[in-house]
Design a protein around this ligand. Sequence first.
Ligand code: NAP
Length: 225
Amino acid sequence: MIVITGASKGLGAAIAERLKSKDKIVVGLARDTSQMTIDNVACDISSYMAVKNAVREIKKRGECLEAVINAAGVASMNMAVTTNEKTVQHLIQTNLIGTIYCCQLFAPLMLRQKYGSFINFSTVAVALALKGESVYAASKAGVETFSRTFAREMADFNVRVNCIAPGPIRTDLLRGITEEQINNIVSQQIVPRGFGKPDICDLVELLLDDKSASLSGQVLNVGGI
Ligand code: NAP
């Protein structure tokens, strides 16, 4: 069984669809699960108790937990000085703290079976230090550092932890970002392919496969930086 947070739309939904097409058992998490067609549990990952309850619910399914893909995330593209207090808290609480909750609370299921994999989501905005994305990038920089360190903590239990840092991909997340900002990001990438596609799914499949058994603690910047 593979748990995917943020599976109600965007990248999480695309990954869920891909993995389902490969006969994986998938459970999706999101706050609003009303439109989801896959097995799901409604969960706000920014709440410790909500994640705890989701873990309990998923445990009841009695399946071996192969992986947790933490795709849930929020963005707000603003200069730091014009980002209000509520937005700062929302970004850090969801992107960083929510990802940490999902890792620490799902991990015991993998430790017991001595097998598993976490894939967390960052962004190229961290490596590129993109102007106008400081708080968002800071929340994701935390995800990267957490993932690299968590990978060491999990290694003795045969559990791998990696991070995917996508470039721009057309989803609702990018609604507030201008073409100029997108072009600026793309122009700094080694492989300047413009908007990415959910070909992120190929990378997810590789990271879940034993072919990548020696990859852990890595941040993979898609497009190259
Ligand atoms: P998206 O289309 O906006 O989807 C975000 C998903 O996260 C939705 O399913 C949303 O569902 C869920 N979510 C948000 N807050 C949540 C919460 N508190 N608890 C549970 N679920 C929550 O975004 P996306 O483009 O697919 O992004 C996926 C990941 O990739 C994010 O971490 C993002 O930062 C990262 N990323 C995306 C891009 C890009 O260009 N798209 C680039 C770099 C990195 P609900 O609202 O129903 O909860």
